[in-house]
Design a binder for this molecule. Structure first.
Ligand code: K7E
Ligand code: RUQ
Ligand code: CUA
Length: 644
């Protein structure tokens, strides 16, 4: 039943045949892994009241554009970090301080579709400083600071569409990579879509530079590549540190009926990209300056409002201007994920329509590119290597629909398989499958603690399941997505827990709590508040009128706002700059006005946030604190009088 449904979705007849041949030997689904449930699972996931989880799980919220923070092993949802979408809980994207974070060259966009998280790393190991996440719809990358768990910066990626192969990081967080999922005319212009495949459509690989100290993002350069679909990426480590790898599909360059047309080639490619060489070529002036309008939005420090910087051009490098930066490694068949093992030697493809899991060898690749007899073809100056020349091995008949692979650091790899809905555990080097772990249902990504880094912490694996079914109490037509927690510390993986996620979880990152929790910030210091309209004591609270523009310097402290009564007129443009004078870490105040079209804001201790308010009708309008702050919270309520 499920095979039919899933295979019909791919629409490829050859896959159907292949599927029926292999599916019969794979036993999965059924109980959704219940047969592999640890007998003491309850004890192993139980976190007693007052105790804390061992690991942070950060999940991308998919089409809700946010990041979920959950505790592992309990699965408890701890926080939602708003990133690409407005968030009514705290006013993100609505208040004057964070509104510019959602600015793009297309104007204000209150939403995106986020897929992949990457944790910052030093020497390939997680360092607990930042998280990066892509916006897939309108190409963007966001940086989240792990001191505040706030989105600190969002950079738009120009000359791109569908920022899917992103934001994968180099070993020391020098760059975040971004590649187009959809090829487009570059520069954008009005041409027939039918000209796709005739050299008029291209993809780009973007190198987003990350400042070592501050994390500030900027586009270093882009590389123009053939018009395929660039799907996923991971960068090398250790010996392969100078390289990043990108999967491609639709090397057929179909522009419609992709579900059939883009599955014709037996092999597509993994693109190997030497970013270090590309960087040198750019620094030597080998890139052209081309149009590339984009914005860089930065959250203000010390309560200052966010800024949005406009950039008009980018550096564009052609592979032919910098020989040796790119090679295509043929990889069966419409590969999706590409993952590099902790040693940096093995590059694992996830040929989603393939019957094997192909593994390339970095050292063989380096040998292969030194000998031109291994070049079978060339695309826009990028040599295509012989499949055998880079191949380390193939995992035979692992499952159907292999997608993504993570590593435990003990010589095993774990690959998610969408069609047969399972994780396969296999051994690096011998390529044998050692365990099939059912996933409920139709797994996409999976995550191991540090499982894509040079030093996996191992222990926990979470499968991030795509299709919602029957795991929780029914909630009408819209169901919640699901994740499953496995303990992988023993020789056989054991299922521990099912728990819901926030939106469709694409990728996730798990980070040991010890790396983060002591570095988190508890308050914004009032003394350091640099907001231009901050009132740092009740004495500084005031109303300043300049024509019809009114600035209200407002303070909040248990349990009142100052000034007490605010007089406005119809036609005024009023700004309520509310400073929370508290310096106890657990006392935010909220602020909301009756009938105002904006949601409440949640002001953290020491912080100033601003709501713009344009009264339309005379009357008396209450405003109040929305966050329960003391026994007199209900009394934290005052009035605006609006006159003609
Ligand atoms: Cu869900 Cu990484 Cu967008 Cu694979 S992607 S499944
Ligand atoms: S009130 S915390 Cu919001 Cu009904 Cu009692
Ligand atoms: Cu302040 Cu409730």
């Amino acid at each position: 039943m499920k095979t039919d449904r899933t295979i019909f979705r791919t629409g490829a007849v050859s896959v159907l045949v292949l599927a029926s041949a292999i599916f019969s030997v794979v036993a999965c689904g059924g109980k959704g892994g219940k047969e592999m449930l640890a007998s003491d699972a309850a004890q192993r996931v139980y976190v007693a009241p007052g105790d804390k989880d061992e690991v942070y799980l950060f999940t991308s919220g998919g089409f809700n554009g946010q990041v979920g923070v959950q505790g592992i092993p309990s699965g408890r949802l701890i926080k939602v970090i708003p990133v690409f979408s407005v968030w009514t809980e705290n006013g993100y994207g609505f208040d004057e301080e964070t509104k510019m974070m959602l600015n793009t060259s297309h104007g204000f966009l209150p939403w995106d579709d986020s897929h992949h998280l990457q944790a910052s790393q030093t020497k390939g190991e997680q360092d607990g400083r930042w998280l990066f996440i892509n916006g897939n719809n309108t190409p963007r990358i966001a940086r989240i600071g792990l001191e505040t768990f706030e989105t600190e910066e969002i950079i738009e990626i120009p000359n791109s569409a569908g920022n899917h192969a992103s934001p994968f990081l180099t070993e020391n967080t020098e760059y975040a990579m971004a590649a187009t999922r959809f090829s487009i005319p570059i520069p954008q212009r009005d041409i027939p879509v039918e000209s796709y495949g005739k050299g008029e459509f291209n993809g780009t690989i973007t190198m987003v530079a990350i400042d070592k100290k501050t994390g500030a993002l900027s586009v270093k350069a882009q590389v123009l590549v053939p018009g395929y679909n660039y799907d996923l990426s991971h960068c090398g480590k250790g010996p392969s540190t100078d390289w990043c790898f990108f999967t491609t599909y639709n090397t057929e360059q179909a522009h419609k009926m992709l579900e059939i047309e883009a599955s014709k080639n037996d092999k597509d490619f993994i693109l190997a990209f030497n970013w270090k060489k590309a960087e040198a070529c750019v620094d030597q002036g080998k890139a052209r300056t081309v149009p590339g309008p984009h914005v860089i939005n930065r959250r203000g420090h010390n309560s200052k409002p966010a800024t949005s910087e406009k950039v008009a051009t980018v550096k564009m490098l052609n592979p032919t201007d910098c020989p040796g930066i790119m090679f295509y490694m043929p990889t069966p068949k419409s590969p999706h994920g590409v993952d590099v093992d902790p040693t940096g030697e093995y590059i694992v493809g996830g040929g989603k329509l393939a019957t094997v899991i192909p593994v390339h060898s970095y050292s063989k690749m380096i040998k292969a590119i030194e000998d031109k007899s291994n070049f079978t073809d060339e695309r826009m100056g990028i040599p295509v290597l012989k499949y055998e020349s880079t191949l380390a091995g193939e995992v035979q008949k692992p499952c159907l629909g292999p997608l993504h692979t993570e590593f435990d650091g003990k010589g095993y790899a774990y690959t998610s398989c969408f069609v047969t809905s399972e994780v396969v555990k296999w051994k690096l080097g011998s390529w044998e499958v050692v365990q099939n772990m059912p996933a409920w249902y139709s797994i996409g990504h999976l995550s191991i603690v540090g499982g894509d880094s040079a030093k996996p912490y191992g222990k926990y694996l979470v499968s991030l399941n795509k299709i919602t079914k029957d795991r929780y109490l029914p909630t009408g037509p819209e169901l919640v997505q699901s994740a499953q927690l496995w303990d992988i510390s023993g020789s056989k993986a054991e299922l521990l827990l099912d728990f819901p996620t926030l939106g469709e979880p694409h990728y996730a990152q798990m980070i040991p709590a010890a790396l983060i929790k002591d570095k988190t910030k508890q308050i914004f210091e009032l003394e350091k508040n640099e907001h231009p309209y901050a009132a740092k004591s009740e004495k500084e609270a005031k109303v300043v009128r300049q024509g019809n523009v009114v600035h209200v310097y407002m303070t909040s402290i248990r349990s009142h706002f100052k000034p007490d009564i605010v007089d406005l007129r119809v036609g005024d443009v009023a700004y309520f700059h509310v400073t929370n004078l508290e310096q106890d870490f657990d006392i935010p105040h909220g602020f909301a006005i009756y009938g105002a079209p904006l949601p409440n804001i949640l002001i953290m201790p020491g912080q100033t946030l601003t709501v713009k308010y344009e009264p339309k009708q005379p009357g008396v309008y209450p405003f109040y604190c929305t966050d329960f702050c003391s026994a007199l919270h209900q009394e934290m309520q005052q009035y605006i009088r609006v006159s003609r």
